[in-house]
Every structure is written in structure tokens, then in C-alpha cells.
Design a protein around this ligand. Structure first.
Ligand code: SAM
Length: 261
């Protein structure tokens, strides 16, 4: 997609962007404007791989239809993946996040870069139903669910807004297999994967964490089972590029796409 021309002098606009920092992401906004990440040294590699995997899956599915897609980006932070979608040619993007400061940064960047039809909503994604009512062909839920107390509830609400494709990117816990007794010894219920309970209190003021101190991190099979149960008839785990981030290559972090048909 051709980048819009920002309104104003580039040096002044860049100074405005720098003043809004510190930034979590390195983002190229077109026309020489950019944000500079405060954590690039430790996070750059993972972001590049996540970007490549998400972009590949989205392009692979929508192809030339990208120019007519309506997208929802839940847990959008400063808009990193929203701006990626814009770069891919998605015309209408709605970002949602728990943190007003992050949304204000995303909104200002969109305005400075001259991007129209990008909307931002401040809410807890576990209450998405109360705040977002439109339908979206594409829903992103990246870097989010392992920060949530109720990841299934959140995915259920995103799923209700999603008419075609959902992309979930998440940390995953080790797979769990087996069964548990159910009511009596002879009756066994098989596990459909599992969730690990994570205490995030150690990341106290970190703007990347969730709304509550405890979070549930799914295993790969649990995530696929949830998506299938939410009506995504085809669920695919996206392969990382061979030179990608080592966590992705070891399957400790995954990108899973769900399709309605
Ligand atoms: C690790 S960051 C990931 C941001 C971005 N999606 C990415 O993948 O790079 C998690 C983001 O989700 C947001 N978040 C966490 N819990 C949330 C919740 N309950 N509702 C909405 N946003 C939430 C955080 O504020 C943060 O911006």
C-alpha cells in the first residue's frame, strides 16, 4: 500500500514522535518517520519473526482481498500490528487495549502518519462484548492471551466479532496429556491440552501485562481445541521461518490461525 503523506514538516513530526516515547516497538511509519524501541536489543528478533508469521498467514489467506478487509487488533498496545496490517493494505483497523496511554500513542502515530480509518477503543478485552459490536473479517489476538485470567472468555468474545479468520499468537506451556477421574474411578475424562497458572506480579508496572495478577497460559493443543470449539472449522499452526526467533522454532511460542471455513 502507498504510504499517505504526513501533514507537516518531517523533522517536526519526528520530534513529536520522539517526545511521546519511550517506545516499546521500532515502527517504520513511512516518509522517514519512525519510533525507536527502548527494548530493541532484547525484543527485536522476536518481533521480526512474529511480524513475518502474522503477515504471511494474513496475506496467504486474503491475498488480493486485503484491500476490502475490516480488522480488529485486540491488545494492540502502541499499534505495532495495526500498522503492519495497514502496510499490508488493510483499509479499516480497530485497535483495542487496556491501557489508555498506549492507545493515545497509537492514535497520535496514526494521525501523524496520516493514516485514516484507524479507530482505538479503551477496554478490557474480557468485556469486549460491551465495547465492540461490529463484525471483522480478520481478528488479531497477538501477544495477549497468556496475560489473561480468562483467555477462553476473551477468545469467545473475539470470536463473536470474527467472520472469517482469527490469528492468535501466544506463549504456550508444555503440552499436557492424560486423563482425570470424573465422578468415579471408572469414568475418565481425557485432557484437551492444559493451561498453566502464571503469577505476573513480578512485572508490576509493566505496560505489557494483563489486568489481573494471575494469568492462564495455554498449551498448543488447548489453544487449538478452544478455537475449534468456537467454530473455527480449520485451525492451523503457522510454521516459523527457518531463521526465525528461537522460541518460535522450539514451539514455546506459537502462531495459530483459525478459519471459519
Ligand atoms: C505483550 S503486549 C502485546 C502487544 C501487541 N499485541 C504485540 O503482540 O506486540 C500485551 C498487550 O495487551 C494489553 N492487554 C493486556 N491485558 C489486556 C486486557 N485484559 N484487555 C485488553 N488489553 C490487554 C496490554 O495492555 C498490552 O498492550
Amino acid at each position: 500500500m502507498t504510504m499517505p503523506t504526513p501533514v507537516g514538516n518531517t523533522a517536526e513530526l519526528q520530534a513529536r514522535i520522539d517526545e511521546m516515547g519511550p517506545w516499546f516497538y521500532d515502527m517504520e511509519l513511512g516518509n522517514g518517520l519512525r519510533t525507536t524501541s527502548k527494548v530493541a536489543a532484547t525484543h527485536d528478533n522476536i518481533h521480526v519473526t512474529r511480524r513475518e508469521m502474522v503477515a504471511g498467514a494474513v496475506r496467504g489467506h486474503f491475498g488480493e482481498r486485503l484491500g476490502s478487509v475490516n480488522a480488529l487488533d485486540v491488545g494492540c498496545h502502541e499499534g505495532y500490528f495495526s500498522f503492519l496490517l495497514r502496510e499490508l493494505g488493510v483499509p479499516r483497523i480497530h485497535g483495542v487495549d487496556l491501557r489508555l496511554e498506549s492507545l493515545q500513542k497509537a492514535r497520535s502515530l496514526a494521525e501523524i502518519a496520516g493514516h485514516e480509518s484507524m479507530d482505538w477503543t479503551h477496554c478490557n478485552c474480557e468485556e469486549l462484548d460491551h465495547h465492540v459490536t461490529d463484525q471483522y473479517e480478520l481478528c488479531l489476538c497477538v501477544g495477549l492471551i497468556y496475560h489473561l485470567e480468562n483467555p477462553i472468555r476473551c477468545l469467545r468474545q473475539i470470536s463473536a466479532r470474527c467472520s472469517e479468520m482469527i490469528v492468535v499468537e501466544t506463549q504456550v506451556c508444555d503440552e499436557i496429556q492424560g486423563q482425570t477421574e470424573w465422578g468415579r474411578q471408572e469414568c475418565q475424562m481425557p485432557y484437551q491440552g492444559g493451561f498453566a497458572l502464571i503469577d505476573e506480579t513480578c512485572f508490576d508496572d509493566n505496560p505489557e501485562t494483563g489486568a489481573s495478577p494471575l494469568a492462564l497460559c495455554p498449551s498448543p493443543e488447548a489453544l487449538r481445541t478452544v478455537l475449534r470449539s468456537l467454530g473455527f472449522s480449520r485451525v492451523e499452526t503457522i510454521s516459523p521461518p527457518g531463521t526465525g526467533n528461537e522460541q518460535m522454532l522450539r514451539g514455546k511460542r506459537v502462531v495459530v490461525a483459525g478459519y471459519r471455513s
